[in-house]
Ligand binder design. Structure first.
Ligand code: SF4
Length: 206
């Protein structure tokens, strides 16, 4: 069992507790720490003069380099997403995520991704200006949503713009409110809609 998993930690904690002497525990602990720092070091254990070399399983089975087993922890990347939520009196805009990756083929409000919140907001701002949207039509900015995926931690914010009509750039992605929940949307979008159903004239029960 790898030593850095919960079951592994439990096994090794129990084993080390069993081996604790009944007296002079602190001297014993000090000795174990020195043994790990000077003799049985993680990279180059000095097995030849080791006092345990006749009883060491790793040495006996020629696995000194492989033990103890550790699982590689997946590096979690933090991403910031700003979602552009355009609403008229009866419609909004959703785009299908294309290409490989997270939430493939699911629908979402147009999103802007960055390694920082400022980056993603700047990209959204540039798009708003390119689309000819009036910045004063920004009606609501949501609190930050956190969403955990296996390799990613996503911080998301939703920027709701109320407009007279959907700009031509996004016209083909128009969705009427009634069709919103019939589309395959991902969890973050679902969460925002369920938190703010009034924008979409929906009666959402969570
Ligand atoms: S013999 Fe075993 S306990 Fe001793 S240094 Fe080598 S690996 Fe560590």
């Amino acid at each position: 069992e790898p030593i850095n998993t919960s079951p592994g930690e439990k096994i090794f904690r129990e084993l080390s507790t069993e081996l604790l002497p009944s007296t002079e525990v602190s001297t014993y602990n000090q000795g174990i720490m020195e043994f790990g720092a000077l003799q049985c070091t993680p990279k180059n254990p000095d097995c030849e003069p080791c006092p345990l070399n006749t009883r060491c399983d790793a040495l006996r089975t020629k696995r000194v380099k492989d033990l103890p087993v550790k699982v590689k922890k997946t590096k979690v990347i933090e991403l910031h997403m700003s979602f552009l939520v355009l609403i008229t009196g009866k419609e909004t805009v959703l785009r299908k995520r294309v290409g490989k990756g997270v939430w493939q083929n699911l629908y979402e409000f147009p999103s802007f991704v960055g390694s920082s919140s400022e980056d993603s907001k700047n990209d959204l701002g540039l798009f708003v200006s390119d689309a000819g949207l009036d910045v004063n039509s920004l009606e609501y900015v949501s609190a930050s949503y956190k969403h955990l995926l296996s390799h990613r931690k996503i911080h998301a914010q939703f920027f709701v713009y109320r407009v007279e009509e959907i700009p031509s750039l996004l016209k083909r992605n128009t969705v009427v409110f009634e069709d919103l929940l019939g589309l395959p949307i991902h969890r973050l979008i679902e969460k925002f809609i369920s938190d703010s159903p009034g924008f979409f004239k929906l009666d959402v029960k969570s």
